[in-house]
Design a protein around this ligand. Sequence first.
Ligand SMILES: C[S@@+](CC[C@H](N)C(=O)[O-])C[C@H]1O[C@@H](n2cnc3c(N)ncnc32)[C@H](O)[C@@H]1O
Length: 395
Amino acid sequence: MSIKSSMKHLKTIKQKLSSRTYWKLQIKTAWKEATEAFLQVGNLLIQSKSELDHGEFLEMIENDLPFSSRTSQMLMVIANDKRLSNTNHGSYLPPSWRTLYELTKLDDVSFKKSIRDGTIHPDMLRKEATRLRKRYEYELDEKERVPFVKKRNTKFKIYNEDCITGCRKRIDSNSIDLIINDPPFGIGEDDIGTRYSRCEDNVIDGYVEVPVSKYEDFSYEFMVEVERTLRKGGSAYIFSGYQNLRHILNSAVKVGLEERNHIIWKYSFGLNTTKRFISSHYHLLYFVKPPVSKITFNEFVNNGDPSQYLDREDVWTIDREYKSPTMIKNQNELPTKLVEKIIQYSSNTGDKVMDMFLGGFTTARVALQLGREPLGFEINERAYEHFKPRFHKKR
Ligand SMILES: C[S@@+](CC[C@H](N)C(=O)[O-])C[C@H]1O[C@@H](n2cnc3c(N)ncnc32)[C@H](O)[C@@H]1O
């Protein structure tokens, strides 16, 4: 560089240094880049997750990175949130990954509103974002009970029929995204009422059990329908007690469903037993119809809360729900939380969710609340007549 041109260069730099606009632009760009850097790290994590073996990825995030695996999870959630990568929002966002992570938990409507009215701003602190989220969650919870669903679905197909003949007649092959079956366990009709220590006065009559001697055929027949009606890659969750578990497992193999997990649902206050340990779990078998490449498995349920590692373990501790003694109930009812968890992990809004043994209609109710389309059967006319008019009402 000649002396003349380097003088010119120095002059330009000096001019730049004295320009407020120059500095303003530099600082604003760097600030924006700080937010973008978090998105970029999150994207790299997501990419590496899809390219590395599952075990290798876990080892990397646990051992090789300068931040914890919890932080990795949060950064992936941030990068996955289209609202944060939307360039129109860039200048409003705080360059703090903890605050950004809190913002991912906002539903769309609250997020947009908060950008518009300036509640989300570049100086926003994490505690402010947490307060904002809690406020909106509370409001949504009041309105909908289940947060993050903007519009309730209103379509459903529910029949008072035997589910096996009903399915054959009414449900197309390869049409259902998710099946949740909580069949009678084949443990003897008269036995149930006496082993639960609860008031049976308000339990709906007519619960249909299946005799132990017929359980093998019964489970095979309904599993044939599960396999036929599921779409490719669709999921089926089947509850079972220990007594007839083998029949369900054998049937699944025979019909060609692939077992993904053998989940244990642990609840407190189990069935009273004599001269053996108290039974306080059920089996929840999670199958898919191959090919597995088409599975829906939403890992970011709970909005990617870091506790999702625990949430993804295959022992689920979920208490049964308290039902007031005056409330009419089915003989067995699954807890809402348990059904919510299955539906959120294994289906998306608008998906068809079938329950062949509706009982107290827990699956149908939760599916509707989460914007899915419920289908199902209940053979007991009394249960059907009682629960059908109620399950789609807002609670
Ligand atoms: C364990 S309960 C289901 C409870 C349900 N998951 C809930 O949360 O309320 C099983 C239900 O299946 C019904 N059922 C038994 N055999 C059936 C069949 N072949 N077709 C349809 N429903 C049947 C029973 O009457 C009973 O209500």
